[in-house]
Design a protein around this ligand. Structure first.
Ligand code: KMH
Ligand code: ZN
Length: 275
């Protein structure tokens, strides 16, 4: 059963420095321009991390609210705020992201080594995120960095019920040093483990760094959806820095069309995700 492809753009992230990656959108104006252009190319969801005036990652509540409002005013994209933030962000600030009223928010399903750092996601914190999103009508995207995170998701849904809207959507974030590798074999294993989740669960996948293309191809062939963007890779090809998020979205759209699974419109994406 083949459907169109949900394309998510993750334009900024919390890890790259503007000084080292000048094309990274860090101001609201840069983010809006990126969002509009990526939507025109075929993106339907935007996964948002924001920066402060010094281009450092921030979870400032006023900025988050302004960002959600501006994206809604200027685009029809589904606005997904990151509740992951940066590895240094405290749980309280990560939970408060939901107060900005996004359509969706990410919810990482476990703790992992994250390069030289630790990305902490305690069980009680995950439960808080999940149940608060249920109460507020925010649709989660469950971030799966490792196979065990799917087992944690099965446990979460079994104990606390389905997310708002009733549809389960996960994102395989592959190739983080400390998580599952960005390989076809790992994607197949993760895809097979979806059997234990509710019928109709959908997945996107993204490969960090040089695993971007193998993961993109594997996901398309397995019936999955795509996340691309400068959060996940800043190199377009060997020795060639990414020029813009649009370049990555355009490539993903091209692959999706070749696979005869063209990009879903924002309206189709809303239906798929139960928004
Ligand atoms: N920046 C990473 C520590 C998410 O957005 O939910 C976490 C991350 C996941 O990017
Ligand atoms: Zn993120």
């Amino acid at each position: 059963m083949s459907t169109g492809t949900l394309i998510t753009v993750a334009p900024t992230g919390a890890e790259s420095a503007k000084a080292e990656v000048p094309a990274l959108p860090v101001t609201l104006d840069e983010l809006l321009l990126t969002a509009k252009e990526c939507e025109a190319l075929g993106a339907a969801v935007i996964h948002v991390h924001i920066r402060d005036d010094e281009a450092r990652p921030t979870l400032d509540q006023g900025r988050l609210r302004d960002t959600v409002a501006a994206l809604r005013e200027n685009t029809d994209l589904i606005v997904q705020l990151s509740s992951g933030g940066a590895v240094t962000d405290p749980e309280s600030a990560r939970l408060a992201v939901l107060d900005a009223g996004p359509d969706m928010a990410s919810c990482t399903m476990g703790t992992l080594n994250f390069g030289d750092d630790v990305f902490l996601n305690r069980w009680e914190f995950i439960v808080d995120l999940h149940t608060r999103m249920q109460e507020r009508g925010i649709v989660p995207e469950y971030e799966i960095f490792d196979l065990g995170h799917l087992t944690a998701l099965q446990r979460l849904l079994g104990k606390y019920g389905l997310p708002h809207g009733g549809h389960v959507h996960v994102d395989f974030v592959m190739g983080v040093p400390g998580g599952m590798p960005g390989t076809t074999q790992a994607l197949v294993a993760a895809h097979q483990a979806l059997r234990d989740l509710p019928e109709g669960t959908t997945f996107s996948a993204t490969g960090i760094g040089r695993s971007t293309i193998p993961v993109l191809l594997a996901s398309l062939s397995a019936g999955g959806h795509l996340r691309v963007g400068m959060e996940d890779t800043v190199t377009y090809a060997k020795g060639q820095p990414v020029e813009s998020n649009m370049q990555l979205v355009a490539r993903a759209v091209g692959f999706a069309q070749l696979a005869q699974r063209p990009p879903l419109t924002t309206a189709e994406a809303r239906t798929l995700l139960g928004l």
